[in-house]
Design a protein around this ligand. Sequence first.
Ligand SMILES: [Zn+2]
Length: 203
Amino acid sequence: MTDFDAHAHPGASTENAFIATASSDEAGKLTGYRYKALGAIPEGREHSLRNLENAAEAGFHIGEIGIDSRYPDMEGQMAFFRDALTIAKDYDKIAVIHTVRAYELTYKTLRTSGISRFIMHGYTGSYEMAKQFISLGGMISIGRRAMRAKSFSKLITLPFLTESDMPAGYEQEMEIRNWNRELSELLGKDISERTWEMLSEWL
Ligand SMILES: [Zn+2]
């Protein structure tokens, strides 16, 4: 089995990646993918709850959604995030979470929402925080940037998914394969099939 990528973006066609978007007007780019989520994050262009709801109704998962403290209007971001989580929960879909320097706030929002199927994509937070997300029922997903996190050596002792965060295609496939290989060497066990093993029951 090919290594499964827990988080990639629209590009070439693939069944071996969970494809997400940053903007809610990108539903058209998701046509043809088997595992897909429509989202809207602060740096994305279009934020439409209606688009997310239509996507959920059509069977898509929801994401990327989340909070980014580098961007203005935290109140507005929070309100949108809460509503988007409600859609994911109501339609029994996975929420793909993108959060920057707002892990505590994200944690509280997730806990209040009552959602249990969510993925902390591109996780670079602390080990303790990761355990809290996992205790809510969520999964953490790490890309190469996690290597720069202080928590990295402890983080990889937890169950985690791996991701490229790249547009689907040849480079993305190489990236996820190499990243899994490096982690497998560090851990002294082969984790290249673990992302699929963990995610397949949710997808
Ligand atoms: Zn992404």
